[in-house]
Design a protein around this ligand. Sequence first.
Ligand code: NAD
Length: 362
Amino acid sequence: MTKKIAILPGDGIGPEIVNETIKVLDALRSGFGLNVETEQGLIGGAAYDATGTPFPEATLKLAQDADAILLGAVGGPKWEPLDYALRPERGLLGLRAGLELFANLRPALLYPQLLDASTLKADVVSNLDLMIIRELTGGIYFGKPRGRRINDSNEREGYNTLVYSESEISRIAHIGFQIARKRQKRLCSIDKANVLECTELWREVVIEVGKEYPDVALSHMYVDNAAMQLVRNPKQFDVMLTDNLFGDILSDCAAMLTGSIGMLPSASLDKNGKGMYEPIHGSAPDIAGRNVANPIATVLSLAMLLRYSFDDDATATHIEQAIQAALDAGCRTADIYSEGTRKVSTTEMGDAIVSALLARKS
Ligand code: NAD
């Protein structure tokens, strides 16, 4: 049956990097028999300019009707003066909430060709391949009560609430164990169970869910130690499972282990495995429109889409190996350029990936 991908290019470099990904998709359709159809929609600043809202009804409908969503990036200085409700980022939050995308998957993978791009020593990060799974729709970012007030001592006071229900923890834990099963079968759950009751429950529920996955080795780590271990010896981890706040911080830390923000994809999944796939970086207004952005994070997001939403490991692997081949051939966009390699534009990188892909066919 034909699957449908909703494509939302967004703002800044979004349309440029998405165009290269569409070229890869077209090559997969014509050369590898991939049976998908696509439809484009508006989101973020581009949607605001065209319709007066960053998240039009039509975009929600398109995303709901599709089997998966591929997004570029949203935002930019042009829309910063707008009210919060009209800012491009509201489009993203609207999609996450509207589709109940509660599981955020962020792989951190270091390509051997880019070993020098990391700020860490080569032996610490060589062959790094870890996955952070972050709960995305609960925890302290959403807990109530929240706000600011004047307290009894007549001081200003700010407060937020860290709250997770058993079912919220259990559904993200299941995703964690299932992903670990597809990898090296090791799951490390990150919490602060020594001081926060909410994460004590987190640990308890993760242990209960773990009984259903006896083939996955489960361990636990406090978040402060996890941050330290990520920069000391990141290769000890396979899958890290954590809540919204800790995951926000740890996943950015893990991303930087790999050196370039332009190389890392992400997925946000609902309970049925339907997902939205996007690079971890933003709309990079500083380089937008100059054909210099790195499209690899977005092309890798397509690979994740095929693997996690369409269960098509073989085609995802073709994409990943075509990217390796383009890097092996010396192609580098400006962000990953180093002496002795060939600096290429966004479109040239896309072309190199497509030819490497088609070469795999013959
Ligand atoms: P950013 O990720 O857009 O850029 C940070 C730096 O990385 C910039 O120097 C940029 O040029 C560079 N960079 C990013 N992606 C690159 C790529 N593919 N190739 C080469 N270089 C790349 O973060 P920012 O500057 O903090 O934010 C810019 C805008 O993006 C803001 O409006 C922000 O709100 C938005 N944003 C959107 C998302 C999203 O759509 N998911 C995520 C983060 C930020």
